[in-house]
Design a protein around this ligand. Structure first.
Ligand SMILES: Cc1ncc(COP(=O)(O)O)c(C=O)c1O
Length: 472
C-alpha cells in the first residue's frame, strides 16, 4: 500500500518522467499546412486552417462543434484548435502547431501526457479485454491506494466521471442524514447534475434557481448557495434552515472560478459548523485530489471531511470518478445498503490500470515539491511580467494547480473573480496560443502543471507572456 506522502520537505528532486519525443506533423487533410510553430524554435507563420475546416464540419455534427462547451473557445473568441497528439507537457494540433500545455486534459495528466509506463500497462491490460462487467483485482488495488492516501476515505465506490461521483455523493448524504437541503458555494462546480446547476450570485440562503433550461425548479429548490470564504453566510443559512441541511459541498480550493484558495480558518469553520448542525461535510476533490498533495486538499489543509469525491487523476486520463468516506456512511451504498447507484463500465480494467500507474508515479519522493517549485516559477514569472508591463494582475498556486486574474485582487470568491478583465484575458489567451502556449480557454478555469513540465517550458512561457503582455 502507498505510504502517505507529506507536503513538508525540501527535496526538489524531479521524479523520473518521460522525455518528450519528437513528433511529426499530422498527415491527413485537404488543406496544406502553411507552417509549424515549434516552441523554442524560431517562430514561423501560425495557421489554424485545418482546425478551422474541421471545426466547421464539427459544428454540423455536434452542438457547437464540441462535446464539452468550454472547448469551443466562446469566452476567448477566435478559432478552437483540434488536437492530434500529446506527449509529456506538450501537444500538437492538426495543423502541426506545437504547444506547451497547461490544461493537462483538465487535470488528469499530472505525470505528463501519454506516459510510456502508463501506455505499456494499458497495452498489457488491454490484451485481457477492455471491460469485464464483473469484479476484477485491479479495482481492489486502486481502492487500497485511494483509501491509504486520502484521509477521509475508508471505503470507496468507483464511477465513470466527476459528475457521477457528485451525483452519487449527494444521494448518499441525503440518504444518511434523512435531510434534503444542501449548501454549495457560488462559483464552485460539481458536475452537470441538476441539483448543482444553481445560479451563482443569488442572495444568501435564497432558494436556488436553475442555471440552465431543462432543470426543473424542484431539482434545485433544495440547493442553497453562499459566497466562497464567507463563514457568516453559511451560519445564516444554518440558522434559517435548522435541522434541514444534509450537507455542505465545496471545492476546498476552487478551480472552477479560476483558482481561489480558502482563507486561513475557512475550512476549519465550515467543518465545525457542519458538525454542530449534524450535516455532512463533502470535499469535492475531483480537481484537487492527488494534485495539491498525495492525500489531496484535505491532507494539504489538514481538514478531514465526512465524504470526498474524486475523478481526473485517479483515472490517469481514462474516464473515472469515485466517492468515498467513513465506513458507516459508505455502507449505505447498494448492495451493502439501500442507497442505489450503479454503472455498466464502473471499475473497468483500463481506467483502473491507468489510475494505479499514475498514482504509483506520484508516490515517488519529491513529486509535490517539484510541482510546487515549477508552478511557483511559472505563476511568479507571469505576474512579474504583467506588473512589469503595466497590467493589474494577481494570482496564486498550490502544488500543480494555479490561476491568475487581470485585476489587482485579492480574489476570495466568484464575485471577486468576475472583476478580472475578461476582454484582456481573451487577448492574452489568443496571443499566447500563437506563441505556442495552451492555457484553459476561459478566465474561470484553473491551470495545471505536471511532472513533465520543465524549467525550460516555464521560462519559454514567461518569455512569451511578457511579449504578449506588452502588446495587449
Ligand atoms: C470540482 C469538480 N467536480 C466535478 C467535476 C465534474 O467532473 P466530470 O467533468 O468528470 O464530470 C469537475 C470537472 O471539471 C470538477 O472540477
Amino acid at each position: 500500500m502507498a505510504s502517505k506522502i507529506s507536503r513538508v520537505g525540501v527535496a526538489l528532486e524531479l521524479p523520473c518522467f518521460s522525455k518528450i519525443s519528437k513528433r511529426v506533423p499530422c498527415r491527413s487533410s485537404s488543406v496544406r499546412v502553411k507552417s509549424v510553430v515549434s516552441v523554442g524554435d524560431q517562430k514561423k507563420t501560425f495557421t489554424l486552417e485545418k482546425s478551422q475546416e474541421a471545426f466547421n464540419t464539427a459544428k454540423n455534427l455536434m452542438p457547437g462543434g464540441v462535446n464539452s462547451p468550454v472547448r469551443a473557445f466562446i469566452s476567448v473568441g477566435g478559432q478552437p484548435i483540434l488536437i492530434d497528439s500529446v506527449k509529456g507537457s506538450h501537444m500538437w494540433d492538426i495543423d502541426g502547431n506545437e504547444y506547451i500545455d497547461y490544461v493537462g486534459s483538465w487535470g488528469p495528466a499530472i505525470i505528463g501526457h501519454a506516459d510510456d509506463e502508463v501506455l505499456a500497462a494499458l497495452t498489457e491490460t488491454m490484451k485481457k479485454g477492455t471491460s469485464f462487467g464483473a469484479p476484477c483485482l485491479l479495482e481492489n488495488t486502486l481502492a487500497e491506494m485511494v483509501i491509504s492516501a486520502v484521509p477521509s476515505i475508508e471505503m470507496v465506490r468507483f464511477v465513470n466521471s466527476g459528475t457521477e461521483a457528485c451525483m452519487g455523493v449527494l444521494r448518499l448524504a441525503r440518504a444518511f442524514t434523512g435531510r434534503e437541503m444542501i449548501i454549495k458555494f457560488e462559483g464552485c462546480y460539481h458536475g452537470h447534475a441538476d441539483a448543482f446547476l444553481v445560479k451563482a450570485g443569488s442572495g444568501v440562503a435564497t432558494l436556488g434557481l436553475p442555471d440552465s433550461p431543462g432543470v426543473p425548479k424542484a431539482a434545485t429548490s433544495k440547493t442553497l448557495t453562499a459566497p466562497f470564504n464567507d463563514v457568516a453566510a453559511v451560519e445564516d443559512i444554518f440558522e434559517t434552515n435548522k435541522g434541514e441541511i444534509a450537507a455542505i459541498i465545496l471545492e476546498p480550493a476552487v478551480g472552477n472560478s479560476g483558482f481561489i484558495t480558502p482563507k486561513p480558518d475557512f475550512l476549519e469553520a465550515i467543518c465545525r459548523i457542519s458538525k454542530e448542525n449534524g450535516a455532512l461535510l463533502i470535499f469535492d476533490e475531483v480537481m484537487t485530489g492527488f494534485r495539491l498533495s498525495y492525500g489531496g486538499a484535505q491532507e494539504y489543509f489538514g481538514i478531514t471531511p465526512d465524504l470526498t469525491t474524486l475523478g481526473k487523476i485517479i483515472g490517469g486520463g481514462l474516464p473515472v470518478g469515485a466517492y468515498g468516506g467513513r465506513r458507516e456512511i459508505m455502507e449505505m451504498v447498494a448492495p451493502a445498503g439501500p442507497m442505489y447507484q450503479a454503472g455498466t463500465l464502473s471499475g473497468n480494467p483500463l481506467a483502473m490500470t491507468a489510475g494505479i500507474h499514475t498514482l504509483k508515479r506520484l508516490q515517488l519522493p519529491g513529486t509535490y515539491e517539484y510541482l510546487n517549485k515549477i508552478t511557483g516559477e511559472l505563476v511568479e514569472g507571469i505576474i512579474n511580467a504583467g506588473k512589469k508591463t503595466g497590467h493589474a494582475i494577481c494570482g496564486g498556486y498550490i502544488s500543480g494547480m494555479f490561476g491568475f486574474f487581470f485585476t489587482e485582487g485579492p480574489v476570495y470568491n466568484f464575485d471577486d473573480a468576475k472583476k478580472s478583465d475578461a476582454d484582456k484575458f481573451a487577448r492574452f489567451y489568443r496571443g499566447m496560443l500563437e506563441e505556442g502556449v495552451y492555457f484553459a480557454p476561459s478566465q474561470f478555469e484553473a491551470g495545471f502543471t505536471s511532472l513533465a513540465h520543465s524549467s525550460e517550458d516555464v521560462q519559454q512561457t514567461i518569455a512569451a507572456a511578457e511579449k504578449v503582455l506588452r502588446k495587449i
